[in-house]
Design a protein around this ligand. Structure first.
Ligand SMILES: [Zn+2]
Length: 396
C-alpha cells in the first residue's frame, strides 16, 4: 500500500482529472491509456467486476464502468482479467540480463532474486536489478559463493557474516534481505548455525530473512524459532522430512505460531523437492493456505513444471482456491512482504499503473509437481499482456 499522503495527493490529481470530464463545456477527459471491458479483479479494492481502467502519467486515474473520454491508446481487455501487476517474491530472475524482460512479458511487474548469489558476487545480480525495466531487488545468499551444486553452506566457513555485512552495506538500495537455504543437501548439519548467522546480520540492518525450508537436518520448529515478523518461509509445500504438517495431517503448532507473529508462508514452486501433490493436498485441507505464490523462476522454467507465474498461480485452483484468492496471493499479499512493493499490488486511484492482463481459460490442463506427478485442473491462467508504469509492454 502506498503511504497515505502520497495516496491522497495522487487521488486528488486523479479526481481533478475526472472533474474535467463531463463539465459544462462537455470537454472529455483525456487519458494516456484506457484498458477497456476486462474483468477487473483487485483484492485490495474488493473489486471483481467488468470495469475500465484509465491511466494518466503512469498512474491509475479511474477504475469505473464505461469510462467516457478520450485516450491516446486503448487496450481491448474483453474476455480477459485485469489485475494489479504480479509480484513474484522468489525468483532467480537476476541470474541473466534477459530474465527481467522475460518475466515482464508474463505480467510480473516486480520480482525478488532470492539468493542466486552471495557476498562475493552480489554486484552481478544488483547490476541486473538496477537496469531492470520493472522493480527488481535481490536477497544475498548467506553462502558467500551463492547457490552451489555441492551445497551453499556445506562448508560453514562460507556463511561469513563479515562478508555478508559488507555486501549489504555496499548495496543498501538494492539488497532487501538475506536468503538461507536450509535443506540437508544445501547446508547439511549446519542449517541452524547458518540461519543464526543470516538472522544476526539481517536483523542488524532491519531486513527480512527468507528461508528455503524442507528436508532439513534440524527439526523445522527449531529453525522457525529463529524467524522474526516479516521473515519469509519459502517452499511451504515441501514434502517430509520436516514438512509444515505432521503424519497425522496436523499443521505443526510452531508453524501456526510463526504465522501469528507475522512470518509469511510462500509457495516457491521450483523444480526439485519443493512441492508434491499429496503434501499440498494435506496442507490445503487444513486451511493453512499460502500468503504468497512464487515461481522460483530460472531461465529453464519455461520447459519445467514452472512455465510461468500465471501457471504456478493456477495450481491451487483445483484445491479449492478461487481465482480472486489466487490473484491476492500474487498481488495484494505479495506487496506487503518487501517494503519496495508497498505501493504496488493495487489498482487504487493514484497508484503506479502496473497492470497484468490474464486469460483464465476453462479446459483440461496438466500441472506438474516437483516429482513428475501430473494433476489435471480445469482452469488455468495464461499471460495476456502487461502494462508497466502506464505503458503497454510489447511482447517480443
Ligand atoms: Zn530459489
Amino acid at each position: 500500500m502506498m503511504n497515505r499522503r502520497r495516496f491522497l495527493s495522487a487521488a486528488a490529481a486523479g479526481a481533478a482529472l475526472v472533474a474535467r470530464g463531463p463539465n459544462v463545456f462537455a470537454q472529455a477527459a483525456t487519458y494516456d491509456l484506457i484498458i477497456r471491458g476486462g474483468r477487473v479483479i483487485d483484492p485490495s479494492l474488493r473489486i471483481d467486476a467488468i470495469r475500465d481502467v484509465a491511466i494518466v502519467q503512469g498512474r491509475i486515474a479511474a477504475v469505473e464502468a464505461g469510462i467516457a473520454g478520450k485516450a491516446a491508446a486503448t487496450l481491448d481487455a474483453r474476455g480477459k482479467l485485469v489485475v494489479p501487476g504480479l509480484i513474484d517474491i522468489h525468483t532467480h530472475t537476476a541470474r541473466t540480463k534477459e530474465g527481467p524482460g522475460l518475466v515482464l512479458a508474463d505480467g510480473v511487474t516486480g520480482w525478488i532474486d532470492a539468493g542466486s548469489l552471495g557476498a562475493d558476487k552480489i554486484g552481478d545480480t544488483v547490476a541486473v536489478a538496477r537496469t531492470s525495466p520493472q522493480q527488481g531487488r535481490v536477497l544475498v545468499n548467506i553462502g558467500r559463493e551463492g547457490i552451489l551444486p555441492d551445497g551453499d553452506t556445506m562448508n560453514i566457513a562460507r556463511a561469513d557474516t563479515g562478508a555478508l555485512r559488507d555486501a549489504i552495506a555496499a548495496h543498501r538500495d538494492f539488497v532487501v534481505g538475506v536468503k538461507a537455504r536450509l535443506s540437508a543437501g544445501v547446508a547439511g548439519e549446519n542449517d541452524d548455525e547458518v540461519l543464526r548467522r543470516a538472522q544476526e546480520v539481517a536483523s542488524s540492518f532491519n531486513l527480512p530473512v527468507m528461508i528455503h525450508m524442507g528436508q532439513s537436518r534440524s527439526p523445522l520448529p527449531r529453525l522457525l524459532d529463529r524467524l522474526k515478523p516479516g521473515d519469509i518461509v519459502s517452499h511451504m509445500f515441501a514434502p517430509p522430512p520436516n514438512a509444515i504438517i505432521d503424519d497425522n495431517g496436523r499443521i505443526l503448532p510452531e508453524v501456526l505460531a510463526a504465522r501469528r507473529r507475522g512470518v509469511w508462508f510462500d509457495v516457491g514452486n521450483g523444480q526439485n523437492g519443493h512441492m508434491r501433490w499429496d503434501t499440498i493436498e494435506a496442507i490445503m485441507k487444513t486451511g493453512f493456505w499460502p500468503d504468497t505464490f512464487s515461481t522460483d523462476w530460472t531461465a529453464t522454467s519455461r520447459t519445467s513444471g514452472v512455465i510461468d507465474f500465471p501457471n504456478c498461480m493456477s495450481k491451487l485452483l483445483s484445491f479449492g482456491m478461487t481465482a480472486p484468492q489466487a490473484i491476492a496471493c500474487a498481488t495484494t499479499n505479495a506487496a506487503r512482504t518487501f517494503a519496495v512493493f508497498r505501493d504496488r499490488g493495487t489498482l487504487n486511484v493514484g497508484a503506479v499503473a502496473d497492470v497484468a492482463l490474464l486469460e483464465l481459460r476453462d479446459g483440461n490442463f496438466e500441472f506438474l509437481d516437483n516429482y513428475n506427478n501430473k494433476r489435471t485442473g480445469n482452469q488455468r491462467f495464461f499471460p495476456g499482456g502487461t502494462v508497466l508504469n502506464g505503458r503497454q509492454v510489447q511482447r517480443s
